[in-house]
Write a protein that binds this ligand. Structure first.
Ligand code: BTN
Length: 253
């Protein structure tokens, strides 16, 4: 039932009650030839994976934990663009399904009232510099109540239920996201990243603002200027230097 609204995305759905990580299952399916648009959805993950080797809290029945297999014919350096594309699709999906207006914090955290409701993790299977498959993992806090979050997440995380005050249908939200994602993906394959970049920037909450970017090796204080054609964040440091940020944690004041 889930995928019917989109043409290709979600046509094949692997639904599971409990998994370690939907990413892992999607990797396995992609490796054994699963077609583009195959979706893995689980009610619960025992080892949900976050960015930067973190865990992702994925309790039963209250969230959307899913991974989508894509097979774009692009050089692997362009894969981060797909993460940004996915973030736009999720924002648009949430806008369709609720009255909320989420923003995006680079590269792909979706925030509502300054708190994170969604994380996106993109992983690649590539040979030489060609992509074999891209696995887009999307985790959305949907119907968790305030008291459901563990202590360490309370300050930073929220759910659609908390922000709207009512239950949100996970099935409908998945459908909305898949439809948006398919439209954006077609646009991307036909016209490249430029139109996606414009959309992404229209939802970005950090551009033009003071941010703190912590990379593995340094911490940069400065103003977020925008993103490049590759999806790299440009930050003007207090020293006047322009930094290209490929991977970092961004804090907004
Ligand atoms: C982040 O750290 O912000 C990214 C979180 C990504 C979580 C999703 S939930 C579905 C998919 N399966 C995983 O194990 N992780 C991603």
């Amino acid at each position: 039932q889930l995928g019917l609204a989109a043409e290709v995305f979600g046509k094949a759905i692997h639904y599971e009650e409990t998994v370690d990580s939907t990413q892992k299952i999607a990797h396995r399916l992609a490796g054994s030839g699963a077609p583009e648009g195959t979706l893995v959805v689980a009610e619960e993950q025992s080892f949900g994976k976050g960015r930067l080797s973190r865990n992702w809290y994925s309790p039963k029945y209250t969230g959307i934990w899913m991974s989508l297999i894509l097979r774009p014919n692009i050089p692997f350096q362009q894969a981060p663009q797909l993460t940004l594309l996915a973030a736009v699709a999720v924002v648009q999906g949430i806008e369709e399904a609720t009255e909320l207006m989420p923003g995006i914090k680079w590269p792909n955290d979706i925030l509502i009232n300054g708190k994170k409701v969604t994380g996106i993790l993109t992983e690649l299977q590539a040979e030489a510099d060609r992509i074999h498959s891209v696995i887009i993992g999307i985790g959305i806090n949907v119907n968790q109540k305030n008291g459901d979050f563990p202590e360490d997440l309370l300050e930073k995380a929220s759910s659609l239920f908390i922000e709207t005050g009512h239950q949100v249908s996970r099935a409908k939200l998945i459908q909305h996201i898949l439809v948006k994602m398919e439209i954006l993906y077609k646009l991307y394959l036909e016209q490249g990243f430029a139109p996606i970049k414009v959309l992404w920037e229209s939802y970005a909450v950090s551009l033009g603002k003071e941010i703190k970017a912590s990379t593995l090796t340094e911490t940069i204080h400065g103003t977020a200027l925008g993103i490049t054609e590759e999806g790299v964040l440009l930050v003007e440091g207090h020293d006047g230097q322009i930094h290209n940020i490929y991977s970092a944690d961004i804090e907004l004041p």
